[in-house]
Write a protein that binds this ligand. Structure first.
Ligand code: GLY
Ligand code: MN
Ligand code: MN
Length: 439
């Protein structure tokens, strides 16, 4: 990464976004903003888990991370663009919690008002307790439109809404950040590459450790050990480990189900590095050897996935990728004796066997924002076909019933085609069997 001179800040061995890049992102947003307007981004809420003071692990709202990296709850970002031409003034204001010894005794150091300016590049910073008065002053003159997408801390949002109402400003809900977040910078791609590398390594370790008699949760422990041991990366979603028919539920959380000799196990697990997600699925035989029926279904899903990855090209559409994959799946299922057709007592439609989309955008959110159909360089998407063959469905040839296979990779759209960030996680039948045999 550093050899390519990608501007990443390494903090405690973890690649992260530089202050310059945050400033460049805000500059891009300012460019998109109409004259005399403001953007308000409220932090994610801290949510009680139980009792009165135990909260869920805090995760900042992705829009706030994108614009500033500011990690704390009870904060509000305000970007104001006032005046025109030479008199234009663009300012980044942060409302944050003051440093406070009593609270810091329990919850650790806060960034504070000085830190918001010095370390997070705010032009001005105020205590969150002054939000009402200072936001009102900021917006009272020179602001005609306010972009304010809700969906975070509803208590703070209500305080913002009171100010807007008093000033007679309408809330414009349009999310201006989505288009910026959809196309990643080289620094973002380098961080996502690290996230995918760690997750791929975790999948490989789970494959190597797998043995009949272990439980789903044992493989989850291997996976999450690797995340934590690599710069304290956390899961980017609840780790899915599904033994045998549990894989027929798409998001089966790892539980205590034993891994049975002769079954497949499906692991869908990714981590988050500096806020950026990876999202990888691998399916493999618990005993290290695919049965004939398992291998036939697995190789078909893999062929569909490779066809879709092959179709990743600048200018291609998501529909092109879907078609490339579903053509392969339909042809292969017919060859294996599935009675494909319009759903009936005798016929089965592809969407019954493959009931989810081919993939989704990936970035700060595992299902990332963005509304686009045509691929451009810098987009990142998952490609994750699956086949889920009901165990009691008599339309399905008997030997395949109860098999669930999904294969998921993280792919960057490059000028020359797709670059697979998660390529280190083995996925050929021969590769998986060799790894599991310790070769
Ligand atoms: N891990 C969730 C998904 O693949 O969409
Ligand atoms: Mn996914
Ligand atoms: Mn996934």
């Amino acid at each position: 990464m550093s050899a390519k001179n990608i501007p990443i800040a390494w903090i405690d061995g973890v690649p992260t976004v530089t202050a310059q890049e945050y400033a460049a992102r805000r500059a891009k947003l300012f460019d998109k903003l109409p004259d005399n307007s403001a953007v308000i981004v409220v932090s994610a809420a801290e949510v009680l888990r139980n009792g009165s003071d135990n909260t869920y692990t805090y995760r900042q709202r992705s829009d706030a991370l994108y614009l500033s990296g500011f990690p704390e709850a009870n904060s509000v970002i305000v970007l104001t663009k006032k005046g025109q031409g030479k008199a234009r003034r663009q300012q980044f204001t942060l409302f944050v919690s003051r440093q406070d010894r009593a609270s810091e005794l329990w919850h650790g150091k806060r960034v504070g008002i000085e830190g918001a300016r010095d370390d997070f590049g705010a032009d001005r910073a105020y205590s969150i307790t002054t939000l009402g008065g200072n936001l009102r002053k900021l917006l009272a003159t020179g602001i005609e439109q306010v972009f304010f997408a809700r969906g975070a801390d509803s208590k703070l949002e209500a305080r913002v809404a009171v100010v807007l109402k008093k000033l007679g400003r309408r809330e414009l809900n349009s999310n201006l950040l989505d288009d910026l977040r959809l196309v990643k910078s080289e620094a973002e791609l380098a961080i996502m590459s690290r996230s995918a590398q760690i997750a791929a390594f975790a999948h490989q370790l789970a494959m190597r450790s797998c043995a009949p008699g272990l439980a789903e949760s044992d493989l989850k422990a291997e996976i999450e050990y690797v995340f934590t041991a690599n710069g304290n990366a956390c899961p980017s979603y609840d780790t899915i480990v599904a033994a045998g028919v549990n894989g027929l539920s798409l998001h089966h959380p790892a539980g205590r189900t034993p891994l049975a000799d002769g079954d497949l196990v499906l692991i869908d697990a990714g981590c988050e590095v500096s806020g950026y997600a990876s999202d990888i699925t691998r399916t493999f035989p618990v005993n290290g050897r695919f049965s004939t029926a398992q291998r036939e279904i697995y190789e078909l899903v893999l062929a569909g996935q490779l066809a879709a990855i092959d179709a990743v090209k600048v200018g291609a559409s998501l529909a092109d990728l879907d078609k490339a994959c579903s053509d392969v799946l339909k042809q292969g299922l017919k060859t294996l004796g599935f009675p494909l057709g319009k759903t009936s007592a005798k016929k089965i439609a592809l969407h019954e066997l493959f009931p989810h989309g081919l993939g989704h955008w990936l970035g700060l959110d595992v299902h990332d924002v963005g509304d686009a159909e045509i691929l451009v360089p810098g987009m990142v998407l998952t490609i994750e076909p699956g086949l889920y063959l009901g165990k009691d469905d008599e339309r399905i040839p008997k030997q395949y019933r109860g098999i669930a296979v999904r294969i998921e990779d993280d792919v960057v759209v490059r000028e020359h085609g797709g670059e697979i960030l998660s390529r280190d996680a083995v996925k050929t039948v021969a590769g998986i069997e060799a790894l599991m045999a310790g070769l």
